[in-house]
Write a protein that binds this ligand. Structure first.
Ligand SMILES: Cc1cc2nc3c(=O)[nH]c(=O)nc-3n(C[C@H](O)[C@H](O)[C@H](O)COP(=O)(O)O)c2cc1C
Length: 279
């Protein structure tokens, strides 16, 4: 079957059913009158890290009602993305009804506002990660009842709960982010596996044929030796605490071959120069 997005009835269900799972931004904002708002947005992603930019996309209206999140971001230029994890999935769902602008979803869902450092909208205290954001720009997509505001925001400060950060990494087993599938369907992200990314080897005898995958067993234990893709030996490096991470070490043979490849180019340039001088 081939589907034309312009003519297929209910195409929104097709596209949101195939681009899955999506992370969920629980976006907190404040109205110019001071009403706190929080609502879920799964048209959400990170698009660069220096500068750190995130995007969310909001339809302008839900039926006759204008969406408060988009209006508040337009009016104040600030918002906080709170990451949705399993513990707060139900509270998140409660906030998704089209409540009147003067009602705060923090009260409706029993969530606690925690002060932000650099922006006015509060964070959701129950979320383990909060991204304080300043508006970069809003790009209008579509028109009429289909109009969306694609919000690009710069992350100016990140709050991470101490127990989910492991050195410079976020421990996914502890974070437990919730994924959005189609419609009312969601997924847990607790069945995690690791796949080591291969590196390109110009020497055909070192070509990558198969990269084994391993089920991620949480923080590495001393028994784990994650696979190394191309000839190099595996090594475990002790990180903060008793955790170990995979590292690929170059063997002496690989080092020699790399030196020889560079020298070979040098020799060629040298001989070409001699030939040229001789003519
Ligand atoms: C999990 C989930 C994800 C959602 N993602 C979006 C989205 O990406 N864009 C959007 O316009 N609405 C989305 N919605 C609907 C809004 O959350 C809903 O319209 C909400 O009432 C908007 O609240 P607000 O008016 O306070 O901004 C989503 C709803 C749920 C439950």
């Amino acid at each position: 079957m081939k589907i034309d997005p312009k003519t297929f009835e209910g195409f929104n269900r097709v596209i949101t059913g195939v681009v899955v799972p999506r992370p969920i931004a629980f976006v907190s904002t404040i109205s110019p009158e001071g009403v706190l708002n929080v609502a879920p947005y799964s048209f959400f992603n990170v698009v660069s890290y220096n500068p750190a930019m995130v995007i969310i996309s909001s339809s302008r209206h839900a039926g006759d009602k204008r969406k408060d999140t988009l209006a508040n971001i337009e009016n104040t230029g600030e918002f906080v993305v709170n990451i949705v994890v399993d513990d707060i999935a139900e509270a998140m769902n409660m906030t998704a009804a089209e409540y009147p602008a003067e009602d705060s979803e923090f009260d409706i869902a029993g969530l606690s506002p925690a002060p932000s450092d650099l922006v006015k909208p509060p964070r959701v205290a129950e979320s383990p990660v909060n991204l304080e954001c300043k508006l970069n720009q809003i790009i209008t997509l579509g028109e009429g009842s289909h109009e969306h505001g694609l919000v690009i925001g710069e992350v100016v400060l990140v709050h991470v709960r101490d127990d989910i950060i492991d050195g410079h990494r976020i421990d996914q087993q502890r974070l437990k982010p919730t994924g959005r599938l189609a419609g009312n369907m969601y997924c847990h992200t607790t069945d995690v596996f690791e796949m080591v990314r291969p590196s390109y080897q110009p020497d055909p005898t070192q070509s990558v044929t198969r990269v084994p995958t391993e089920r991620y067993a949480g923080p590495w234990t001393s028994g784990d030796t994650p696979p190394c893709p191309v000839g190099g030996a595996s090594e475990k490096t002790i990180d903060s605490g008793a955790k170990t991470k995979p590292r690929c070490r170059t063997t002496p043979g690989q080092k020699l071959r790399a030196i020889w490849r560079v020298r070979r180019v040098d020799f060629r340039v040298h001989f070409l120069r001699l030939e040229w001088m001789g003519t």
